[in-house]
Design a protein around this ligand. Sequence first.
Ligand SMILES: NC(=O)c1ccc[n+]([C@@H]2O[C@H](COP(=O)([O-])OP(=O)(O)OC[C@H]3O[C@@H](n4cnc5c(N)ncnc54)[C@H](O)[C@@H]3O)[C@@H](O)[C@H]2O)c1
Length: 323
Amino acid sequence: MTTVLITGGAGFIGSHVAERFLAEGWAVHLLDNLVTGKRSNIPAGATFHELDIRDAASAELIATLRPDVLVHLAAQMDVRKSVTDPMFDAQTNIVGSLNLLEAIRAHSPKTRVVFSSTGGAIYGDFTTPPNVETFEKNPESPYGIAKYAVELYLAYYGRVHGVESAVVRFGNVYGPRQDPHGEAGVVAIFCARLLEGRPVTVYGDGLQTRDYVYVGDVADVTWRAATAALPPVGQLDARAFNVGTGIATDVLRLATVLSAAAGVSVPVEHAPERPGEQRTSYLDIAKASQLLGWRPQVSLEEGLARSYAWFAERHAAAGTEQK
Ligand SMILES: NC(=O)c1ccc[n+]([C@@H]2O[C@H](COP(=O)([O-])OP(=O)(O)OC[C@H]3O[C@@H](n4cnc5c(N)ncnc54)[C@H](O)[C@@H]3O)[C@@H](O)[C@H]2O)c1
């Protein structure tokens, strides 16, 4: 049986990736310290290891398990927190990742690593979207710098030590089980406001754009990156794939589509623009389409409807518990 170890497997994206591998009949192991992940996210059939990626025990697990694939999703994933505490961000996102990669090099060199990078924070503000994988990288936050650093390490481990890897650079991922702190946190925040019948807050003119991609599509591309034939190891971007829809969606449109999906209308409040916020960001996804045979299947309308339904169910369950 083929084995996958998914770090961050009790998290939002990790739990959907776990379901995808389980559906393919793999032995699925999850590693998570539950800092933001939840036990309730762990799908039936997966084996759970409550560990921290920075600890020696995580390296030992890799040495014992020697998985066919390591999907590395565990991270400090709050961009704003990386700005206030760059040391903590680097300890988790760079040093924690290196702990795993060193274990792979020393004990499990045949494992393919699939790493979740960012298609938003890595390119910075100096490019004209849609961003192509080979565009210059100018990350504007310690979070983006850490993702970039791990990509560089992976390219090095590939060239020098023969470690197989692929990098998936996610846009703004949304869907059931997401929380408000991620790059697409706005979807979770707006859903909560709609359920409470309160106004949604839009910073600045609301015309800043992002590339929103549904979590089921993200799980599918991760599975493909773990199993497809990959181009030869080479420069940094050789095995990197943008993961988005190729569509720029502004915050006002997001609010409109979500309100329609929810069948609820609330006022939009404008707050001052947030300093340093990226204005336009969306991705060219031709490479993932050509080399991994992947295309996003879920439209924004459908994805937001599924997300709202999940939040509404959770809201109703919490209301019943309080009674
Ligand atoms: N959500 C997005 O829009 C988005 C966009 C681009 C990239 N990503 C990346 O995708 C990955 C998954 O993000 P997510 O949105 O599912 O967030 P998430 O917080 O739900 O998942 C991260 C998981 O990692 C775990 N974790 C954190 N630190 C750990 C540590 N030291 N040891 C072990 N486990 C630890 C958390 O408990 C959590 O379960 C992250 O690497 C993130 O940077 C997410």
